[in-house]
Design a protein around this ligand. Sequence first.
Ligand code: PEP
Ligand code: MG
Length: 587
Amino acid sequence: MERALQGISASPGIVIGPVHLLHWEVPDVPQRIIPDEDIEGEIARLHQALGVARGRLRAVRERAERHAGEEDARIFDAQLLLLDDHEITSRVESYIRQNLGAEKAFDVVLLEWRQHFARSTVPMLRERVGDLTDLHIRVLSILLGLGDHDPVDVPKGANAIIVTHDLTPSLTVQLDREAIAGIATDSGTRTSHVAILARSLGIPAVVGLRDATSRLRGDERLVLDGSSGMLIVNPSEAEVATFAHRALLEKQDEAELAKIADAEAVTTDGVRITVRVNVDLPEESDQAAHSGAEGVGLMRTEFLVVGRASMPDEEEQYREYTKVAKAFHGQPVVIRTFDIGGDKLPVGGFPHEANPFLGWRAIRMCLDEPLLFKTQLRALLRAAVHGDIRIMLPLVVSLDEVTATRALIREAMQELEAQQIPFKRDVPVGVMIETPAAAVAVDTFLDESEFFSIGTNDLVQYTLAVDRGNANMASRFTPLHPAVLRLIRRTSEVGQAHGLEVCVCGEMASEPLLAFVLVGLGIRQLSVNPRAVPLVKRIIRGVSASFAREAADAAVNARTAAEAQRELEFRLRAAFGNVSFIRDALH
Ligand code: PEP
Ligand code: MG
């Protein structure tokens, strides 16, 4: 077997530890017809398996409560309730009485229920699909003798590297940071949400390994290099020493960079760039506030929902948004309304769609579920009393979506006023430019938008027709494609000509080489992941805006992304020489 598996760098850091192979997929169930005399025994076997699953779920719930808190642990209450659901068990029993083996009977019923819930028009039922899937896997694993293991059962201090096909929300909330040193997944890319979450949690991660789960047996040791996207299986002593040395160098680079975290982001010819931070998990806000950033350029509120059994109510949202606003002491905090759907699902809460990224996602879903949307808007207007909160709308393609949202905001304000609940009236509302439609027609939003923020993860995906989460397409996901650069430049020019702030909050802003081209395209606000703050400041402080502009002109006029990359690399090397910190930028 090949010992070096190449994936995609998702979250930096080098770790060495044992594999924890995590297969959390519905197993294949063989068809098994049983004779009449075995029916009662088979029913007893079913109930025994349900009992084992119940015990295990209680233990998992207790652990999740300790690691992630009561709110996140509730995800398992829903599963416990479903496990005791009389309708499910009696239906499984009836199939067994028709001579189906217990595992096939359970499999059929769970498939029926999952389909039924997924198609339901009742959001609460749709939210149960993920729970049903987890239950499906858990009980079948017991019935088929595949073990009743807890998928994330890793002892503290194990320093294990989780290797799995995909990291689902219910698995994520179970991760014990004291036990897990790294994450490796078959699926995903740099901009898929498992990668974004790993960066937020500061866990080194490699994604897009394609078939790591089938190549590994589970008893190996691994080196995971999150910076180069590499896994080394059963490393030799010499390899371990090499990687340990590189890990040390990375730490030194990081410590060196940290010194400029609080410096001003100003180019050598005096152009001031605002560097803000992306906040994915509310509990990160205190740490993010000390990253050297000047406010939050993007708070992804869907992470309040992901992994949960139900939507957070207005009070909970109000508390979370207030916490972030207060942590940033009056600096701008741009909070994005729910971008749920696509690959950002609350526990299976949506109907199956053939093309979820082109489907019921983000602002589309929010406008179709006005109660859910208004709850969030009310919480935001209330929290804005405690800081400079700004509301940002994701995946907008048309002005109608903005006007409809503004109407809902007015409605929310009238309600709050009538209820005499304090709120802020003039909260700025901005549009995310992350579809080619919004970028080409960016002028149509000028009257209704108080700022623009370019979501390059989606803008690249939709412009180049390349699925951002598909590991097989990762090399085609090229933010330096001339079409993407031209859309960014157009947005920047139109916005600024009308006095609007134009920020870039996609992952492009966090990559040094790409941050350089963005400044050259006229962008003056960047929102980056917390670890990238000093890195991006270092780039900005080392170049002049006119030099960046000249480089960006060359990149925009290049015919391909590769040509643009060469133009930029050449200039960055000239400006910085062989400084190790731009290593990332240049690989
Ligand atoms: C983007 O699309 O660039 C963005 C910032 O939003 P998300 O990654 O959450 O879709
Ligand atoms: Mg987006």
